[in-house]
Design a binder for this molecule. Sequence first.
Ligand SMILES: Nc1ncnc2c1ncn2[C@@H]1O[C@H](COP(=O)(O)OP(=O)(O)OP(=O)(O)O)[C@@H](O)[C@H]1O
Length: 304
Amino acid sequence: MNMNVIEFNQVSKSFQYHKVLSDVTFSVAQNSVFGFLGNNGAGKSTVIKLMLGMLNPSHGEIRLFNQPVKQVLPAGFVNIGCIVDTPVLYENLTASEFLSFSQRLKNLPRKEIERVLEVVDLSAYKKQSISGYSLGMKQRLAIANTLLGSPKLLILDEPTNGLDPQGMQDMRELLKYLPERAGCTVFVSSHLLSEIERIASHIAVIHGGEIVKQDSLDNLKGTSGELRISCLALSKANVVLSNANFHCSSDQDGDLLVSKVTREECAQVHHLLSKNKVDFWQSSFCQQSLENVFMKVSHQKAAS
Ligand SMILES: Nc1ncnc2c1ncn2[C@@H]1O[C@H](COP(=O)(O)OP(=O)(O)OP(=O)(O)O)[C@@H](O)[C@H]1O
């Protein structure tokens, strides 16, 4: 059975009279990559601190591995790896030397170091001084450090912050496949939608201290999107499709845009145009991006 590794049940948090989280409810399934999205100040770090027992909730219940958080921590920390601030690395050491601190502290066999270096793809650089590493490599090394001892849950606060495009891509590849490669569930917070969209299997969106959306990435993006059609008889196409209750508009390039269509409906659109002798030379379907979903949710929330 697939259990929930993290459960927040109607959790609220106030700092004196300032309520920063209201009835936050979400769950993170085992072996998923869970993206926690929100703008600056939305409440992401507060949620992570509550999850790690660094703060107490004002109301509500938090469970990790099916037990109240206070019972799991701190003994359960062997099951949890986290990076919430910029990791401190000893730059004059090699990666192997650096990792050997935690390996010995956790009383693990030496071969654990080789295993985690392999997972984060740093084996080839293990004898080089950390001072020569890029920021992305340092971040991956910090993740390797948390993976020593095979934690079942990895919590990362904004792990791609400050990385260059290559560093971001490497981090993306690493996080996406961590459940498979290291057998752990990943909780990753970010304000970078495009990053989360490429990494996460499940997503929650927090806005002003409230969860405004939570679902699998596929469900959140929905199956519908926009169909762009290039044709000469634009107004005829518009009439034909509008009569069939499709939502049509045109863009600056003179293309016809049919919004909120599923892939099946795209086939109907093509059929209708052909049947009514409207020639088109190009048609492309674009699923809505997470950014669109996120902006819609944020606007709806701001208006309410
Ligand atoms: N210790 C504290 N005392 C008072 N207010 C706090 C405290 N910690 C956080 N806050 C407030 O709670 C709100 C949420 O902050 P939080 O750091 O959780 O947001 P965030 O989504 O992590 O933002 P960012 O992406 O900027 O780090 C903010 O308004 C912040 O000012």
